[in-house]
Write a protein that binds this ligand. Structure first.
Ligand code: SF4
Length: 594
């Protein structure tokens, strides 16, 4: 089919709605491999918007391409835990075998190879994506097989299914992962409670959002319900991009109906008829199974009009895919992205509960939070609040990865000690645990008696373990590269500060760093914390600050110079000026005596 026909078909399918621009571009790219200037122009004309608006979206998202890519696009996950499993060696091996540079497209347009941020497969790394499909537990043999398949131009559909196997790896189940109940029972329980009754149970439960911030879910729901306006939305935030987190992947794989039922229950309590699941682009492979689940639930009258026979309870869900932008996990950036724009965090207030998706009152909840709502509907708020601690009710699912015998999902009552988790997953000789990903906290053995709870060590779920042989400087450097890459560029402190931090750490890694860089890093970390617009920038300095305080020798042994060594060679930079002026005397050189 011609490019023109593809654009027309996708635009028509998407009702030529400019708020669906991101989905339109993503779908067009799936067929045309990239967004050419002609395609961008045709999309803009078809939506009656400026081409610059299309360009701004294409340039913002890492998984949208304004340059041709190979028909096979291989992206290695560049999370620190993938690196610990040898991903960089495998990456170099593939480049060598395919005779390519990083990011380069082969001359026959067949293949390109690059790195990408964490793909959410940390429990079964090293991982990579081939045309958005994950390949896990990659070995040297597996990458050789992939190179052979690419070189023989074998369609992806004919590759061995085993390549694409993704495991759940549920190692410890508690109230949520361990409960099995009849499909629809949570919905029917919520209907029996009624709108106010369900909200009251949510209040009794003390459920706090599982995305990390821990905001009271009932307060969010009630605020949205009471906001002026006739139309409301429930958004499920499945954009889990925090390196080291993969619990939503499992919930969407094996508990999807409960996620959707949780959204419908939120819809009942809030008075919303529309739900949107925003799922990270890395989980593209789950899209068809999830759509099939939605269809099944509609047929089963668990979605659509008069759910479970309850007159007036109408609720349906559509799925939007992200396109490789970590910042879209921030709720206001996610809403921007849902509206087809670059995912830049909004200035708040107003908060989404009053002015959210399309300007309407919107609840944005984490996947795990919504599954918990089904538990609360079934068993009541008091039962839920009876587990965990006084300020952190219920259980928490941890995504455990790194140096341990049994990586995977572990569900515990809130209040579990870090040392208990380490024991259960078979971690020994541990130097540090990074909790809640790069923007979280790095704990050392003297802190392993601390508790996972909002009042002690809060977490969205990531639990990355580093053994004694690991270099924590390199961990911090990996995180600094991640933040510099993922900064959305909206505010200057974060856009510039994360880049300066990355460069200073690279300079130290090169053996050219001094105390000056350390002082600069600490100054930048504080500046970012105080002046950044959103959490990404505010937390970006945490890994460097934590590791400098707790693993100082890892830095000091690299500081081979005590004095200042500028990052720019000023004398070399003046070479051209000397040529133009015809001077090469001592006074024309930086540092020369005049
Ligand atoms: Fe964007 Fe960073 Fe500013 Fe957040 S802090 S709005 S990610 S530039």
């Amino acid at each position: 089919m011609s490019a023109e026909n593809v654009v027309t078909r996708v635009l028509d399918h998407r009702r030529r709605d400019p708020t669906l621009l991101l989905q339109i571009l993503r779908e067009i790219q799936e067929e045309l491999d990239w967004i050419s200037p002609d395609t961008a122009h045709a999309v803009a004309a078809g939506l009656s918007i400026p081409t610059t608006q299309v360009d701004s979206v294409v340039q913002f998202y890492a998984f949208l391409y304004d340059q041709p890519r190979g028909r096979y696009r291989i992206l290695f996950s560049d999370n620190i835990t993938d690196r610990m499993l040898g991903s960089l060696t495998l990456f170099e091996h593939v480049l060598k075998r395919l005779k390519l540079q990083r990011g380069e497209v082969s001359t026959d347009s067949a293949v390109s190879v690059d790195l990408t941020s964490c793909t959410g497969m940390c429990d079964q790394g090293p991982a990579l994506l081939v045309n958005n499909r994950p390949v896990t537990r990659v070995t040297a043999r597996r990458v050789d097989e992939i190179c052979d398949l690419v070189r023989s131009d074998v369609p992806l559909a004919e590759w061995p299914a085993d390549f694409f196997r993704v495991e759940d790896n549920i190692r410890r189940a508690d109230a949520l992962l361990g409960s099995r109940h009849e499909p629809g029972s949570g919905l029917r329980a919520a209907i029996a409670l009624g709108r106010q009754g369900m909200l009251d149970e949510m209040k009794r439960s003390n459920l706090r959002g599982r995305g990390g911030a821990g905001f009271a879910t009932a307060v969010k729901w009630e605020s949205c319900r009471n906001a002026p306006g006739a139309e409301r939305y429930i958004v499920c935030n499945a954009d889990e991009g925090e390196p080291g987190t993969f619990k939503d992947r499992v919930l969407l794989t094996s508990f999807a109906e409960r996620v959707f039922e949780g959204m419908a229950i939120a819809g009942l309590a809030v008075g919303a008829a529309h739900g949107l699941l925003y799922m990270r682009g890395e989980y593209r492979y789950l899209l068809e199974p999830l759509k099939a689940k939605l269809e099944f639930m509609r047929r089963d009258r668990r979605l659509g009009a008069s759910i479970c026979g309850a007159q007036g309870f109408d609720f349906d869900i559509e799925i939007h895919l992200g396109a490789g932008a970590y910042i879209c996990g921030e709720e206001s950036a996610l809403i921007e992205s849902l509206e087809g724009k670059p995912g830049k965090p909004r200035i708040r207030p107003p908060f989404p509960v009053t002015v959210g998706y399309l300007g309407k009152p919107t609840v944005v909840n984490n996947v795990e939070t919504l599954v918990e709502a089904t538990e609360i509907a079934l068993h009541g708020g008091r039962v839920f609040a009876g587990q965990g601690t006084r300020r952190s009710a219920g259980t928490k699912i941890l995504s455990v990865s790194g140096d341990c015998a049994r990586p995977g999902l572990y569900e515990y009552s809130f209040g579990v000690r870090v040392e208990q988790v380490l024991k259960d997953c078979g971690a020994t000789d541990v130097a540090a645990v990074q909790i809640s990903g790069p923007s979280g906290v790095c704990l050392t053995p003297d802190e392993f008696r601390r508790h996972i709870a909002f009042e002690d060590v809060p977490t969205a779920g990531a639990f990355m373990i580093f053994g004694k042989e690991r270099d924590l400087f390199e961990v911090a450097r990996n995180f600094a590269h991640f933040f510099a890459h993922e900064s959305c560029g909206f505010c200057t402190p974060c856009r510039v500060g994360t880049t300066l931090m990355r460069d200073a750490l690279d300079k130290i890694a090169d053996g050219r760093g001094s105390r000056y860089e350390i002082n600069e890093l600490m100054r930048l970390a504080e500046l970012l914390r105080r002046t950044s617009h959103c959490g990404l920038g505010q937390m970006a300095g945490n890994p460097v600050r934590d590791t400098w305080l707790k693993f100082r020798p890892a830095y000091e042994r690299r500081l081979i110079r005590g004095d200042f060594d500028p990052a720019v060679d000023l004398d070399a930079a003046l070479t051209r000026s000397r040529e133009i002026t015809g001077r090469d005397d001592a006074a024309a050189h930086v540092g020369a005596e005049s």
